[in-house]
Structures are given as structure tokens and as C-alpha cells.
Design a binder for this molecule. Sequence first.
Ligand SMILES: C[S@@+](CC[C@H](N)C(=O)[O-])C[C@H]1O[C@@H](n2cnc3c(N)ncnc32)[C@H](O)[C@@H]1O
Length: 233
Amino acid sequence: MAVFDKFAEKYDEGHVNAVKASGFKPDYFHEYKLKEIFAYLKLIGWAEKKLTILNFGCGTGNSEKYIKQYLPNSSICSTDVSEECIRVAIKANQVLSDVTFRYYDGKNIPFENNFDIIFIFNVFHHILRKNQTEILQMLSGKLKNNGLLFMFELNPINPLTLWVAINNDYKFDKNAKLLSPIYAYKILKNTGFKIYKIKYTIFFPNFLSLFLPLEKYLSWLPLGAHYYYIVGK
Ligand SMILES: C[S@@+](CC[C@H](N)C(=O)[O-])C[C@H]1O[C@@H](n2cnc3c(N)ncnc32)[C@H](O)[C@@H]1O
């Protein structure tokens, strides 16, 4: 049984509590990732393309509606080691078209095709360190030669993030261990990925939302609550 099987039904509730201190609802965090990704894809002329996307570690399927909103021409394949999460995700996303959720057995991605884009949203801190490079290699094998992989993670350098992780992820998953941006760089590099970009995000809580427009100027500052890498082969 996967760790998240027990929490699938309550996952969203737990997430609401975990991010309460920020003053935002979980959807804020799900949507901002797509806003970031869309901005980058627009820059490189990919936003309107019919992209095949793998959402690795999709959880209960909270990102798919935003993937479809920002990249409506995309075809989405989402997978997770938690069968329960997949069950919840299928039920919650019935209205979306060209989105397929499938259980991942921890070895083989259950989709035959290779992908233009792979998303990994807050998954790697739940994967044992000794398995991370092997999983990245497997994902690299599922990425097309000119494809892009976006890896978002929680930044342990940010005290609020650490507090949230301790009060949520660390409580029910004894294997959870946040990845520092330097550590994430190393495993991506060791896998053979070319690193195109790192960006730090989420600097201000809701009560300081006046300053949110400044966040885009701070993406170089390693103090954001999240960070993400854009890499390719
Ligand atoms: C914090 S949740 C994030 C879910 C989703 N990506 C999101 O942003 O809402 C972490 C997810 O990673 C999944 N996970 C953990 N280990 C995994 C593995 N080895 N392969 C695929 N998914 C995994 C868990 O089942 C869980 O659904």
C-alpha cells in the first residue's frame, strides 16, 4: 500500500490546513505553477502546441484543470503510485477531456508514448533518496529528445515551508525529506539532464498580497517557499 493511499480522501482537507498560515487556499499553489509554466512555454513558442504531458505523482488530480486551462490543446497522462489517489483523481476530473489517470506500479510508467513535457510537482521529497536518480533516469527515458521537464519542490531554506512540511508531510510520511535546491541540482545533473533554469517562487503570504507583483523580480533569491527547475536532455 502506498503512503498516500490512506490519505487520498482526506488529502485536500490536509492540504487546506497545511497552507492555512500562508492565507491562501491550495488552488492558489496549484494554479501558480501553471502560470509559471505557461509564461515559459509562451516565451519559447510552445503554448499553443498540441503537447503530450506526463504529470508524474499527480496525487488526487488537483493540477489537471489548470493544465487544461492554460494549455487547452494538451493531451495529459497522469500517474501516481497511490491507487487511491488515482481513484479520487478520476472521480474529480470527469469533466476534463483528453486527460487519463493511471496507477503507476513504481517501475513502469503506464503510458507507452514519450512526452513533450513532464511535470513533477512536490513529489521527490516523498521518494527515498537512494531511488531518486533511478526514477529520474526512467523519466528521462520517457521524455522526447527536445522535451522539457519541470520539477517543483518545497524549499527547506524557507522557514515557513519547513514548518508546513513538519506539520503535514513529515507527520504521515516518515520517508519525506525536503530537497535543497543544490541537492536537486545534483540529482538532475547526475541523471544527465541539461539545466535550463532555476526559479524561486512564493515569497509573500496573502496578507502581504500588495507585494505579489514583486515576486517575478525575486525569482533569483533562494528564499522563496518553492523553487523549480526546467531541464531537458
Ligand atoms: C505531496 S503529493 C503531490 C501531489 C500532486 N503532485 C500535487 O501537486 O498536488 C506527493 C505525491 O507523490 C506521490 N508519490 C510518492 N512516491 C512516488 C513515486 N515513487 N512515484 C510516483 N508518485 C509518488 C504520492 O503518492 C503523492 O500523491
